[in-house]
Design a binder for this molecule. Sequence first.
Ligand SMILES: O=C(O)CCC(=O)C(=O)O
Ligand SMILES: [Fe+2]
Length: 913
Amino acid sequence: DLQPGGHVVSEPYDFLFDAAVEAYYKNDWMSVILHMEKALRSSAAVRRAKVSCRIGCANRTAFGDPDPEVGLGGEAVEDLVFFQKVLRRAQCVSSCEADKLGPASRHKISDDVKLEFTKRTPYNYLQVAYFKINKLDKAVAAANTFFLANPDHVEMKQNLDYYKMMAGVREEDFKDLEARPHMAEFLLGKRYYSDDSFGLAAEHFERAVQEYFQADQECRVLCEGSYDYDGYNYMDYNADLFQSMTDHYMQVLSCKQRCSVELASSVGMPKPFEDFLPAHFNYLQFSYYNSEKYEKAIECAKTFLMFHPEDEVMNQNLAYYSAVLGEDKASTLIPRQVVKQHMQQSLLEKELLYYGYEVFGITFVDPDTWTPAEIMPQKLRDKQKVERETAARITEEIGNLMKEIENLVEEKNKDLSDINKIITTPEGGPVLYDNIQISMTSKQLNGSQRVLLDGVISDDECRELHRLSNAAAQEGDGYRARPSPHSPNEIFQGVTVLKAVKMGQEGKVPLKSARLFFDMSEKVRKVLESYFRLETPLYFSYSHLVCRSAVEETQAERTDHSHPVHVDNCVLVSETNECIKVPPAYTHRDYSAILYLNDDFEGGDFIFTMLDGKTVTAEVRPRCGRVVGFGSGQENPHGVRAVTRGQRCAVALWFTLDPVHDEKERIQAQDMLKMFSTPVDQEFAITEAKKLEATPTEAPPPTDPELMTAESMDTPQQPPMDTPQDLPMDTPQDLPMDTPQDPPMDTPQDPPMDTPQDPPMDTPQDPPMDTPQDPPMDTPQGSPMDTPQDPPTEEKEKLALSDAQVEKPADAGKEKTQKETASNETKSKAPKTKTKAEDKVKAKPKNGDKVKSKPKAAKAEAKKQPAKTKDKQATKKASKAPAKKTTKASVKDQSKESIDVSATESENDKDEL
Ligand SMILES: O=C(O)CCC(=O)C(=O)O
Ligand SMILES: [Fe+2]
């Protein structure tokens, strides 16, 4: 890409940038594009040339032997040899750069302009210019590229929303023109990883590692720039040769160290990924393990352990993989050497930097989490220890205060809830709907806070929800390929209300069915609230439409349950007949209800038991429209018998009396439903209308430049550098208003759920999320390594308590999991706050004209709440209690409406049979 004159750049890019901005204010769109694109090319070329010169020079290991003429001895010669190298290296770099770039005036760029390029400002101008000349795909790519780096930019968000519903704009047009390959590969790897596509995940993480080192090398050489006087006037700076070399060199080293953070950051992401490079190997080891590539898994586990040698989970995983592969073979496998070299180099740098700190007081903040403590000088370690202790003391004091406050509040609540209980004990309030019958009460079900209702929903409604669960599962909700974590003999699939509504909105399932899911669960809530005569409202805590399907081949010798006996709001320890109301149990749950959708399967009866988890006290045969409702506490241990044939579907609902735990997802689902609350028969018409709109023949009318002029003229002709990000926006953002195809406000505008700005929201600094320690479902139980853990996300919430009943080996994953849970909780807060803040911004429109487009942005915002929060899980160990004989009530449905309450043998006896 050499220019006439032999250089890669013909004009400095600040000059080109200015020319483009000037053209912008003359509405000379072609010239904007010409200059701005040249500026981007030029900036990239300057960077490339610098990288290549510096790498080239560094690779020339020796610049020849010292000149024998010098004839001095000892240190002086060594110095000279050293400086000879320095000089030659300098000559190499400068002549290489001069060759490629020409004189410095061609590529020395002011900091202001550099900053604009970092902020991706050129794309802001470009998107307007492209829009004006009707190059939509390019306008969209530019808008998206800009927005990714400026996610709070309200106007650009509106523009993007506008583009999203424009005919002729495709999802692929929302490109990131500045994407960095190592990050793109890492994010792809993460995406496949969370879909359990481990083969693809490993491929992308491997590529990410490769790209990482490439990017790291580039980042590092670019640190070898000029000295930043940073604070003091360069005229006053009068350090001597070695001092100034040291100052400069320390600055360069510090910059090189920061590359690990720079590479872990992505535009628009609130924080860099933590422990980024090691995380690659954490993901890789588990991906390889799942692909049964044990050698690679071992290699990656060992690589990870170079960073964190004490990591318990990884040591355990390594032990497990080694046992599977054979210890002899495993011991011959070594960690990745490039990583080892990288670490060695980085550690040497850190040592020098700490030396600089100790001797000259040059500050250095180590960006890595894996640095061994010894690297830091004792003095600094002591100082940090004192600081940490002070911080810990303050935190503890605050914690104590908070606890006291919590206790006070809790006591107050307890009083209230005790009062509540007394008030609510007499169940038997009205069930509010004519069709609903109370089939069994607590008394008939041999317990308290229990009820069995029939006729809660109709056969048609059952069929519709059943269809929804299968359609949603087919569309892939993350559980598709995952066998039930309760039992390898069943496939488990589930969908939440929000997921169903989102899929409805994306057209993947009928929106009507999602609404039915929402409405029917609300119906159950109301009925329970009334039946149990609750004094305070019942709030949703979690809603889940779930199906369990028998795996036909494995039913013969099956002895397990579909869902082991558990209690919904405490951890059941059946050996001691105790239920402990502590996390990870969902202690805030107060009532549970299961709404059944079908009965055309074998097995799958619901059972209530005593606290021993064995003695069955009542049994319910699922059927369409039937609801079993019960208090979520220790009075109601329950489980589900094995589904041995067919598919059993139900809506599982958990409720809380505590408004604080009101299900956030549901509120979001409700907002979305409200948004789409067109009468059902209109829905079709709108879908059709949208289809029409999307046909290419209905291309947008060309924008009339005349219309725009008046508007653009309004913008003050300020020098663009002052407020560059504001100026171009005024115009494009208004465009939608002028164009006739602007759709009416309340039609669904349907931006795809994962709009490009989502990834950062998703799980930014997310450490390897729910699984690296995630061991396999089917490894033999009982060895210390096999620790089956952690089904994914929401499902976990449901499974957690019952898992506690399954015999489990002691589990090193536990500690980590709790840590992760805690950190995930913190993480999940960040995006939420952000969403709120954005909403606030959007709530105040700037001028009358713009008001019209505001609701669009605000609505779109509501649709993309932060993604998943990892749920807690129980890891409590419990073993089976001995068998006992007793009686129970059972509800069977062989004879249609008749309910048969009979005493039968104990659950255990039956199992033995
Ligand atoms: O599906 C059922 O009948 C009960 C499920 C259950 O108890 C639960 O998911 O916690
Ligand atoms: Fe349950």
